[in-house]
Design a binder for this molecule. Structure first.
Ligand code: SF4
Ligand code: SF4
Length: 372
């Protein structure tokens, strides 16, 4: 197994019992909280974190690294793990032109470049390179190897997967920062079913209450997830997690309370408005739900779940004409949404626009969704 810029799953998840209280604290986080209510705040926090990291990493006389580019190529490494925060940070600091290519390269997507797009005789984004690039060579997970020519070979510190957070400098801090940033991801296409951030379950920290809550959400253990989330430090992500746990238990009042608090903590986050709207609608509050969705779409015009839900909200109130543009916009972002397509077909049909309705109804039916 070659080395990778990966982080590693850290169980065990069982046997870490959550308390039943919901007193979130401000003491359990490891990155300085300061004011992290905007994406820009997170980028500043990452600047500071990288400065601390660079000061903590071992130094080698004469800076021998850089003589080869193997850790910047698909041939040298099995993968790079780069977070949404680090990608958005790169876009903010050096421009967005190469970010998507870099994301595809790091994920080793088919057809992606074989060499990092930021490599041109050296790293052209050195001051802003991701955490994994900074720690590579200094640390190596057990059962992986550094490239044969790497100057760090033989000098690196080997670690077991469960030692990752304790051993690597700033590992726990950047993990929390990356995770908490997910609640406020930058505007861009969000497909159906993507109304909350995709937390990477393989990279969770079992000792962190919010991470534990995500694992419990994944397992469908909503009461345990609520108890875990309650133990986390108060952030937009922690409140969102709490809201999702309460939604899973159909405690819509409690969910609304958590999402409202999350929105206050991260006013520019479209996902949080969308989740708030879902809770409002479950409580029969059409107007607040519509307001939350309008705000979600204003913050991210390509948020397909919010667009679809906004259209559905109109249809549910008998406003076929008003619902159609929302559904059309949503299908532009994500044409694979069979249910949105069915609703669009039904709305058109109710308005007597059968010729326009037919292709949508037929396609929805071909995809296995029909009006009951
Ligand atoms: S960002 Fe820089 S250090 Fe990281 S893989 Fe690309 S060129 Fe190499
Ligand atoms: S860290 Fe190792 S593999 Fe990467 S450029 Fe430096 S010497 Fe080469």
């Amino acid at each position: 197994m070659t080395a990778s810029f990966a982080t590693f799953g850290r169980g065990p998840w069982r046997g870490l019992e959550s308390s039943g209280s919901c007193e979130s604290s401000d003491g359990s986080g490891v990155y300085p909280l300061a004011d992290l209510s905007t994406r820009h705040d997170f980028y500043l926090a990452l600047d500071e974190l990288f400065a601390r990291l660079d000061a903590a990493l071992p130094r080698h006389p004469g800076n021998p690294c850089g003589s080869c580019n193997l850790c910047c190529t698909a041939a040298g490494l099995s993968q790079h793990v780069v977070s949404d925060l680090e990608l958005d940070y790169l876009a903010a600091r050096v421009g967005s032109e190469k970010v998507e290519d870099f994301r595809r390269y790091a994920a080793r997507e088919e057809g992606a470049a074989a060499v990092c797009p930021y490599y041109q005789g050296g790293c052209t984004v050195y001051a802003h390179r991701p955490y994994a690039c900074r720690t590579f060579g200094h640390y190596r997970e057990q059962r992986t190897v550094l490239p044969g020519v790497c100057v760090f070979r033989g000098h690196e510190r080997e670690f077991a997967p469960e030692e990752y957070f304790a051993l690597l400098p700033e590992a726990r801090a950047i993990h929390q920062l990356k995770r908490d940033y997910l609640a406020m991801r930058a505007p861009g296409p969000v497909s159906a079913g993507g109304g909350h951030p995709a937390v990477n379950l393989a990279h969770l920290d079992a000792t962190d209450p919010v991470d534990r809550a995500w694992m419990e959400l994944f397992l469908g253990e909503y009461a345990a997830a609520e108890a875990s989330a309650c133990q986390g430090r108060t952030t937009a992500m922690q409140q969102m997690t709490l809201g999702l746990a309460r939604s899973g238990q159909e405690n819509w009042e409690g969910a609304r309370e958590a999402f409202l608090r999350a929105v206050t903590l991260a006013p520019e986050a479209a996902d949080l408005r969308y989740q708030l709207a879902r809770a409002e609608l479950e409580l029969g509050a059409f107007q607040p739900a519509a307001q939350a969705l309008d705000e979600a779409v204003r913050l991210n015009p390509q948020h397909a779940p919010a667009l679809t839900y906004r259209g559905y909200l109109e249809l549910a109130q008998g406003q076929m004409e008003a619902g159609i543009p929302w559904l059309l916009r949503s299908l532009e972002v994500d044409p694979s949404q069979s249910l949105a397509r069915l609703r669009l077909g039904v709305a058109l049909s109710r308005l007597g626009r059968e010729d326009e309705a037919r292709p949508h109804l037929e396609r929805a039916a071909a995809e296995g969704v029909t009006a009951s």
